[in-house]
Design a protein. Structure first.
Ligand code: Q46
Ligand code: ZN
Ligand code: ZN
Length: 315
């Protein structure tokens, strides 16, 4: 960005230029713009109503803490949920110590400094094993604990949301996350995932409604927002994320974006528009997944017996 560039809304120096919107903004107008855009996204996709109780899944990262900050500014009743996965406790696998501890501390500090309510679930204390330990025992995920981690996070988020009587669960996925997921789903033509990929996932038995209010922001915008709002967040990625295909997909999309500003946005928002035009609608019949209720936890599952999570933890 050139040093002389001025904010579109005032005469001050712009601190960010969003090339995909052709919009340079100063600090004050940028943070204001982020909050306003989030409000519009929530309204456009009817994510939640002013009276709803929202549970924000926080990881200690920039996106989820920024989301919590924005919802607070918009006056919503939003509590936080942090899940301690025990990713510090197995240095023999990860070679890293302290990821979960640090992300938990930052989430707690954020909540405390703003007088917000944070529920902390210590996964190994509650289920007897850390996520990497379960991955080793069950040999799920080809030496990586990510599939166990995803399954466990989904289960715990739903459980806490239901037990706490929350109307909706909000996550901090940004446009880079969604575009990378869409890219992966498209490269492999995962039609079921393409059908389900959406900023709003309606509730189903035992599963709470899920929304992604930051899905229109680029990752760099969220990093800038967190910095400008003085939010302290964990900078490192989870040690297990190295080599993940989603990271490669993000890099490819960033190359496209560098050549053609707006490429990521057109790719993802164009997909949502195509969905609105029914481009991805399944035929009326014969395309329904089997749906059962897990007898142990009450969450919906494709399994005819216990769900994959309950079988995995042996409850
Ligand atoms: S936290 Fe869990 Fe991610 Fe770490 S173990 Fe893999 S899935 S990389 S979002
Ligand atoms: Zn300005
Ligand atoms: Zn279950």
């Amino acid at each position: 960005m050139s040093n002389q560039q001025k904010c579109r809304k005032c005469e001050q120096k712009a601190i960010i230029n969003m090339r995909q919107h052709k919009l340079p903004l100063c600090k004050g107008h940028f943070t204001e713009w982020v909050v306003e855009q989030t409000r519009r996204t929530i309204e456009k996709y009817k994510m939640f109503r002013p009276e709803d109780r929202i549970l924000v899944a926080v990881s200690g990262g920039k996106d989820s803490l920024a989301l919590w900050d924005i919802l607070q500014q918009l006056g919503y009743h939003a509590d936080g949920l942090y899940i301690g996965l025990g990713i510090d406790d197995t240095p023999d696998i990860s070679g890293e110590i302290g990821y979960s501890d640090e992300s938990r501390q930052l989430s707690e500090d954020f909540a405390q400094s703003r007088g917000l309510k944070l529920t902390v679930v210590d996964f190994p204390a509650q289920y007897g094993e850390t996520i990497p330990e379960i991955a080793l025992r069950t040999r799920r995920g080809h030496g990586k604990p990510c599939s166990v981690c995803g399954l466990s996070k989904r289960h715990v988020m739903n459980r806490v949301a239901r037990e706490g009587g929350y109307d909706v669960l909000a996550t901090g996925h940004n446009l880079d996350d969604e575009a990378a997921t869409l890219f992966g789903n498209t490269l492999n033509w995962l039609d079921n995932y393409l059908l389900k990929q959406s900023p709003v996932l309606e509730a189903s038995p035992g599963l709470v409604r899920k929304v992604k209010p930051l899905m229109r922001f680029y990752e760099r915008e969220m990093a800038a927002y967190a910095l400008l709002r003085g939010i302290e967040y964990i900078q490192e990625e989870c040690p297990f994320s190295a080599g993940a295909s989603s990271i490669r997909h993000k890099e490819i999309l960033n190359q496209l974006e560098a050549d053609s500003p707006g490429a990521k946005q057109y790719f993802y928002l164009g997909f949502l528009k195509a969905k609105e035009r029914d481009f991805f609608n399944p035929p009326e019949e014969g395309n329904h997944d089997p749906q059962n209720i897990c007898p142990s936890c009450g969450q919906m599952t494709h399994s005819p017996r216990e769900c994959a999570f309950c079988r995995m933890v042996g409850h």
